[in-house]
Design a protein. Structure first.
Length: 185
C-alpha cells in the first residue's frame, strides 16, 4: 500500500502529466511501473470520489479523465513515471448528450469528450436478465466506454428504425441494435 505522501505526490504527477489543455496525453505509449492504488472511485452514477468525498471541481475530473487507461488488470491513472490503480464501478464516463450529424451519432460525455458511434466506437446494449432493463454503452477511446444516460437512450429509441422486431440506429456506416421490441435479450 502506498503512503499518503506518495498518493499526494501521485496526484500532483497525474495533474502535471495531464496538463491544462483539452488534448489527450498519449497514455497508451506510457508504460511505467505500477506504483500502487489510489483511493479514487468512479461511481456507477459518474461521480468521481477521492477518499470518499466527491471531487467537486469539474476541471480536476476532466484532468484525471485524460490520463485514465484501461489495462487487463483494471483502470489506472497513468503518467510517464507513475501508474496508480483506481476503482470504476461500471463505465468511467457517462454519455450525457447525443446529436445527429448527417448520418452520424455524436455523443458527448460528462467530461467533455465527443465520440462518433461507428466501427471504432461501437454502441452496445446489455440487458439485465432479471429486470429486462437495458444498459447501453458507447466506446469513447482505447477501451474506455461511456454508459449512455437514460434520457439519451430514449432519444436514440426515438431515432431508431424497426426491423425484425428490433430497434436499430445507424452511425459511422454501421448499424447498431438497441434491443428487441419484446425486451428479450
Amino acid at each position: 500500500m502506498t503512503s499518503e505522501a506518495q498518493i499526494k505526490s501521485g496526484l500532483a504527477g497525474v495533474a502535471q502529466a495531464a496538463g491544462g489543455g483539452r488534448g489527450l496525453p498519449p497514455v497508451h505509449l506510457w508504460h511505467p511501473e505500477h506504483c500502487g492504488e489510489i483511493d479514487i472511485v468512479i461511481r456507477r452514477d459518474g461521480v468521481w470520489l477521492h477518499e470518499g468525498s466527491p471531487i467537486g471541481r469539474p476541471e480536476m475530473v476532466r484532468l484525471f479523465s485524460t490520463v485514465l487507461r484501461k489495462d487487463p488488470d483494471g483502470y489506472h491513472l497513468v503518467t510517464p513515471v507513475e501508474k496508480l490503480k483506481i476503482t470504476v464501478e461500471d463505465a468511467p464516463f457517462r454519455a450525457v448528450a447525443v446529436a445527429r450529424r448527417g448520418d452520424d451519432l455524436l455523443f458527448t460525455t460528462d467530461v467533455g469528450d465527443e465520440t462518433v458511434a461507428g466501427a471504432d466506437n461501437p454502441l452496445r446494449v446489455e440487458v439485465d436478465a432479471a429486470t429486462g432493463e437495458p444498459a447501453p454503452y458507447v466506446h469513447v477511446r482505447r477501451g474506455l466506454e461511456a454508459r449512455i444516460e437514460r434520457a439519451v437512450f430514449y432519444e436514440l429509441v426515438e431515432m431508431a428504425e424497426t426491423e425484425d422486431e428490433q430497434l436499430w440506429v445507424r452511425s459511422g456506416g454501421e448499424r447498431f441494435s438497441l434491443g428487441r421490441l419484446d425486451g428479450k435479450a
